[in-house]
Design a protein around this ligand. Structure first.
Ligand SMILES: CC(=O)SCCNC(=O)CCNC(=O)[C@H](O)C(C)(C)COP(=O)(O)OP(=O)(O)OC[C@H]1O[C@@H](n2cnc3c(N)ncnc32)[C@H](O)[C@@H]1OP(=O)(O)O
Ligand SMILES: O=CC(=O)O
Ligand SMILES: [Mg+2]
Length: 688
């Protein structure tokens, strides 16, 4: 550690700031470190007070539910209680957000939002470039195509023909008469031409038809079409939160360096694929000629957000004058904004925000006071970096119950900055269970998705977002498709997101982004938003209905075993890679052998669910221990092909972390998994 303005700073972080992040920004190191120290001095006590308030509210909720076990029978009394303790706050007077200088990808376009772990350069670059994706590849390589699987050993012509037919059906439905434009005629949706390409625009999104009669695919096509490229991930969230394992200064420097590399357009990655060394870099913009002969350029990359952490965690990378760790959310706000100044000042090779904004996703905030705190923090960061007020925008995750219940007031608290409200239903489900932990045993995990509170939460988010004037200014976003290999099911189900009035929704991969983009051609979201604008939001009482099982509900031994095994498998499969290898997002098979995207939010659900059933006697400690041991063996077998995998064992840190997440689950703040994951990962790193 080195001393800077009374703070102890991890030496590589100080070096990164002074040698990489500050040069070119106009800020000298002394001003920067003094400014950081001032921000910490001012905001740390407030941050601590907000966390103490969470604990106090939870204590009061626990007491109330212990006194009133089971489902809420007197909703009026429950709502009075929530208002009395300051959990429910008064609704603000009607208002509209005033967010300005927002890129069209966020404000006026509707399309997929990709999320990517910030520490994986290969994936990060792929995500930034996922603005454009091959629809042929997306169908050829996934189960989204209803045709026999590709025969191994090169291009399977029969499957290729099925892909071409499927994409033709999409083109016919989306831009009827498109063939006219291929042969050189006019078409109302024609947007541009270039050598070997014809461009259409529909519902604000582009579709490129690639013509190359000499290519292996084009040769099989009478029109010589080699590919159809869809404008796909309009925006991408570069995640420093729930999909990464960032526990110390070394990890932080890695994450911030990648973000800086993106903000300068200079990040690259070299990796092995199919026995070959590949280089990946950020894609260039794309040049076209409009039908009237004028040239124009389309962005080659997704507009990038960065997800900071929430208010809970601290970091050993910066110690305060009293030797305590600094809150990581405060450091993230300053450092990720500093890196983004390179974009605003165009210090690098490529641009991210053409509108001149910095896009920060702020997760896991509990209620309007916490949002107001972030808003003031962003003010302070802007002052330090000499940025105009409200340059830093806020993507507001609606993923904690206290935020959903006071959503309009939360939006009001950052009304000049809000660029999205997104229903992070995974964290939200975890918080639902933890908040009402003492009320009784929760319904099964899979049943949560169909529960009424969740439907009310999703609908209220859209209605409240529209009432607060988000349409045309900001995104109303929906959550993650967490089954990365189930693309047929996604194609069938995720159209519900645009249909519900959301102008974006999360996808786990570039392929999923391209397939989900088709939904925004099928649905004109802004028309739907107009139609929904006058509809009242579902009643708050529905949102506040707790998903506890009916009193006297008994699950069979088989059901209990299945529930425990499924949750243990997800927990162990995710935690072992997090703790031993520092991998923050994994695809882990569930009990039906379907690969599920697991991150800290899904871990929060699984661990809180077991903790809840154990607490209420639905299962015994022995049953949980048995399921845990059986699933540990299964997870070992699933990872047998990974040479860097270390088997789970009761005296190993991964086993112990997973065990603690369950058996100490109830005492974890808001049921979060970060404190235990960080503690065990730090032990592993210290041993190494
Ligand atoms: C509740 C929440 O907070 S959700 C938000 C957090 N979740 C996420 O960020 C999910 C991000 N997704 C991922 O990390 C991954 O897709 C996983 C872990 C789910 C699956 O990863 P894998 O099993 O390695 O994927 P798979 O083998 O199917 O595909 C790998 C290929 O897809 C690409 N890919 C997969 N996911 C992504 C992504 N999110 N962004 C960019 N590229 C991706 C990889 O670059 C790779 O292609 P390449 O070989 O050309 O580099
Ligand atoms: O962050 C997303 C979630 O679902 O949680
Ligand atoms: Mg979340």
């Amino acid at each position: 550690m080195v001393e800077r303005s009374g703070l102890q700073v991890f030496d590589q972080l100080a070096e990164f700031v002074e040698q990489k992040a500050l040069p070119g920004t106009g800020l000298d190191p002394e001003t920067f470190w003094n400014g950081l120290a001032e921000i910490l001095e001012k905001f740390v006590p407030e941050n601590q007070a907000l966390l103490a308030k969470r604990d106090e509210l939870q204590r009061q909720l626990d007491e109330w539910h212990t006194a009133h076990p089971g489902p809420v029978t007197d909703m009026a009394a429950y709502r009075d209680f929530l208002a009395e303790i300051g959990y429910l706050l008064p609704e603000p007077a009607p208002f509209s957000i005033s967010t300005a200088n927002v890129d069209p990808e966020i404000a006026t376009m509707a399309g997929p939002q990709l999320v990517v772990p910030a520490l994986n350069e290969r994936f990060v670059l792929n995500a930034a470039n996922a603005r454009w994706g091959s629809l042929y590849d997306a169908f050829y390589g996934t189960d989204a195509l209803d045709a026999p699987a590709a025969r191994p050993g090169g291009y399977d012509k029969a499957r290729g023909a099925a892909v071409i037919a499927r994409v033709r059906a999409f083109l016919d439905a989306t831009i009827p008469g498109w063939e006219r434009a291929i042969s050189g005629d006019e078409h109302p949706a024609l947007a541009g031409r270039k050598d070997g390409g014809v461009l259409f625009r529909h519902n604000g999104l582009h579709i490129e038809i690639v013509i190359d009669p000499q290519s292996p695919v084009g040769r099989t096509d009478p029109l010589g079409i080699a590919d159809v490229i869809l404008e796909s991930a309009l925006t991408t969230i570069v995640d420093l939160e729930d999909s990464v394992a960032v526990v110390d200064g070394e990890d932080l420097v890695h994450g911030y360096s990648n973000w800086l590399g993106l903000m300068r357009g200079e990040l690259t990655a070299t990796f092995e694929k199919a026995g070959q060394t590949r280089e990946r870099k950020l894609a260039e913009d794309r040049h076209w000629t409009a039908p009237d002969g004028t040239g124009f350029t389309l962005p080659g990359r997704s507009v990038l957000f960065v997800r900071n952490v929430g208010h809970l965690m601290t970091t050993p990378a910066v110690r305060l004058p009293d030797d305590k760790e600094a809150p990581l959310g405060l450091l993230d706000a300053v450092l990720t904004s500093l890196c983004a100044v390179h974009d605003l000042k165009q210090l690098g090779r490529l641009r991210n925000s053409r509108a001149g904004s910095i896009y920060i996703v702020k997760p896991k905030q509990h209620g309007p006071e916490e949002v107001a705190f972030s808003n003031r923090l962003f003010d302070a960061v802007e002052d330090l970096l000499s940025l105009e007020r409200n340059t830093i925008k806020m993507g507001l995750m609606d993923e904690e119950r206290r935020t959903s219940a006071n959503l309009a007031a939360c939006i009001a608290a950052a009304r000049g900055r809000v660029v999205f409200i997104n229903t992070g239903f995974l964290d939200r489900t975890g918080d639902e269970m933890h908040t009402a932990m003492q009320a009784g045993p929760m319904i099964r995990k899979a049943a949560m998705k169909g529960s009424d509170w969740l439907q009310a939460y999703e609908d209220r988010n859209v209605r409240i977002g529209l009432a607060c004037g988000l349409s045309g200014k900001a995104q109303i976003g929906k959550g993650m498709w967490a089954a990365p290999d189930m693309m047929a099911a996604m194609l069938e189900q995720k159209i519900a997101h645009p249909r519900s009035g959301a102008n974006t929704a999360w996808v786990p991969s570039p392929t999923a982004a391209t397939l989900h983009a088709m939904h925004y051609h099928d649905v004109d979201v802004f028309e739907i938003q107009k139609r929904l604008a006058d509809e009242a939001a579902p009643d708050l009482s529905r949102l506040l209905t707790i998903p506890v099982a009916e009193p006297g509900r008994n699950w069979s031994d088989e059901e209990v075993r299945e529930e425990l095994e499924n949750n243990c498998q997800g927990i162990l499969g995710y935690v072992v890679r997090w703790i031993d290898q520092g991998i923050g997002c994994s695809k882990v098979p569930d009990i039906h052998d379907v690969g599920q995207m697991e991150d800290r939010a899904t871990l929060r659900i699984s661990s809180q669910h077991i903790a809840n059933w154990l607490h209420h006697g639905v299962c015994t400690r022995e049953q949980v221990e048995d399921a845990f041991a059986r699933m540990a063996a299964k997870v070992d077998a699933q990872n047998a092909g990974d040479p860097s995998y270390r088997k789970l064992s009761p005296d190993g840190p991964a086993w112990q972390a997973a065990h603690a997440l369950i058996f100490e689950g109830i005492s974890q703040p808001s049921g979060y998994t970060e404190p235990l994951l960080h503690a065990f990962r730090l032990k592993v790193k210290a041993q190494a």
